[in-house]
Design a protein around this ligand. Structure first.
Ligand SMILES: Nc1ncnc2c1ncn2[C@@H]1O[C@H](COP(=O)(O)OP(=O)(O)OP(=O)(O)O)[C@@H](O)[C@H]1O
Ligand SMILES: [Mg+2]
Length: 452
């Protein structure tokens, strides 16, 4: 982290004011530079580095507001605190809107200025920590990167780019661990909605009694325990993409309601009479054969046909073995990166062994396998000789715990704690940092009993 600097740029047309401020600030341990108007201040900013700027609003050459707009447009300068004379509160508010951090009204006591500066520095510190954490979280290879070599996947990815541009729903099918969620995220990212929310819901993971209010929201008092009205996940995805994982698990009675979302773009919160408009693009995934579910009347055919307008089927890994080497190398790189060690290489023999496996758990199983092999390999080649390839799902070996699930829970807890720490317990900001929904964060905080 950059060293804390205590440089303050004062922008004011009154020499007396500048002088007074200089005395106060120097006493408070700050180094001061003076500018007599916005134009001169801009000059200083172009050549120096000032985190803190104290700026008068009314000045002859370039006034405070104009100055703010200039630095916002050029993306220079640090935190700006405006100084407004009596009666110009409205202007001060305008300044806050234009990007100023704070304002103090003239005349002020020395303490007030120092306090405002300290607050701004606190904010700067948080900003820097956030940026650092964000960098840390996304360090190394993106965990949403789709790695492949096979022509099957090449065609699939071409299809993804084409389909991403349309609004129609997409049904993503494939065995467990083939990368359905990854493809859904890619579809979202490549679409025009890429910067809007991506909300993922696992229809199989929410208790059936709760799923309607989770998805559609509820009004206050809609049922016992509904103390507040609450928008559902579908509304949370408004403008963006809704990813319904394990769509085959969606209870039959909710299926017509989802169809309504798809056809009219309407939802109704539990306990409300009037529908609300939503604009979501729906992606769904299933590892089950939905047609079979339709045949057995467990899934409505009208919904199936609507969802499956476009179907993307991800072939199992054993049908695209060319992907195995690049995927193995990718996972080795990710883990090495994460652990700050150099990446061991794969011998041709090891590659051959990996290529021959059946990988019923597909890419996820391969990733888990590599993770375990990395634990055993201390040298510069990946040791897989001693690895029980046929009993890979076994969790405990030599009394040590290799559960990836437990390991990722540990990691999640750690990151959530960090995110809460740097945001001073602000859950909305923490969720943003962690790139998960607030709802998911709250759920995890509860589940993991994290106290903030
Ligand atoms: N082509 C790929 N490149 C890189 N990583 C991949 C690829 N395919 C899958 N993965 C990784 O494998 C794991 C499983 O992928 P994902 O969760 O998308 O599978 P899924 O089909 O949704 O599985 P499930 O049906 O069990 O929910 C994830 O960690 C994902 O990042
Ligand atoms: Mg999945």
């Amino acid at each position: 982290m950059r060293n804390e600097k205590n440089d303050v740029l004062i922008v004011d047309d009154e020499a007396g004011m500048r002088h007074m401020l200089r005395l106060v600030l120097e006493k408070g341990g700050y180094r001061v530079t003076e500018a007599k108007d916005g134009r001169e201040a801009l000059d200083y900013l172009r050549h120096g580095d000032y985190d803190l700027i104290l700026c008068d609003i009314r000045m002859p050459e370039m006034d405070g507001l104009e100055f703010l707009r200039e630095i916002a447009a050029r993306d220079i300068g640090g935190i700006v605190i405006m100084m407004s004379a009596y009666g110009s509160v409205e202007t001060a508010i305008q300044c806050l809107k234009a990007g100023a951090y704070d304002y103090i009204s003239k005349p002020f006591k020395p303490d007030e200025v120092i306090l405002a500066l300290r607050k701004a520095q606190q904010k700067l510190r948080l900003q820097r920590e956030n940026a650092l954490l964000r960098k840390k979280l996304s360090r190394g290879k993106s965990n949403h990167e789709i790695v492949f070599q096979s022509t099957a996947m090449e065609h699939l990815m071409a299809m993804v780019s084409r389909v991403a541009q349309s609004f129609s729903p997409v049904l993503i099918t494939g065995e467990t661990g083939t990368g359905k969620e990854l493809v859904a995220r890619a579809l979202h990212r490549q679409s025009a909605r890429g910067d809007c929310p991506f909300v993922a819901i696992n229809c199989g993971a929410i208790a059936s009694g709760l799923i309607e209010s989770e998805l559609f929201g509820h009004s206050r008092g809609a049922f016992t325990g509904a103390l507040q009205q609450k928008p559902g996940l579908i509304e949370e995805a408004d403008g963006g993409t809704l990813f319904l994982d394990e769509i085959g698990e969606l209870p039959l009675e909710l299926q017509p309601k989802l169809l309504r979302v798809l056809q009219e773009g309407e939802i109704r919160r539990v306990g409300e009479n009037l529908p609300r408009k939503v604009d979501v693009r729906v992606l769904a995934a299933t590892a089950l054969d939905l047609r079979e579910a339709v045949a057995k009347s467990r899934f409505r055919d009208d919904l199936y046909f609507r969802l499956a307008v476009v179907e993307i089927n991800i072939p199992p890994l054993r049908e695209r073995r060319e992907d195995i080497p690049v995927l193995a190398k990718h996972f080795i790189g990710v883990i090495a990166d994460r652990e700050g060690r150099s990446a061991p290489c794969l011998t041709p023999l090891a590659l051959d062994v990996l290529r021959r496996q059946n990988w019923d758990g597909n890419v996820r199983e391969l990733a888990n396998f590599i993770e375990r092999a990395m634990i055993f390999s201390r040298g510069d080649t990946l040791e897989i000789d001693g690895m029980p390839l046929d009993r890979r799902f076994e969790n405990r070996k030599n009394g040590k715990d290799f559960s990836l699930k437990k390991a990722s829970v540990r990691l999640e807890k750690e990151y959530i704690r960090k995110a809460l720490a740097v945001t001073a317990g602000n859950r909305t900001q923490a969720a943003r940092l962690l790139e998960i929904s607030l709802r998911k964060l709250l759920y995890k905080i509860k589940e993991y009993r994290i106290e903030s």
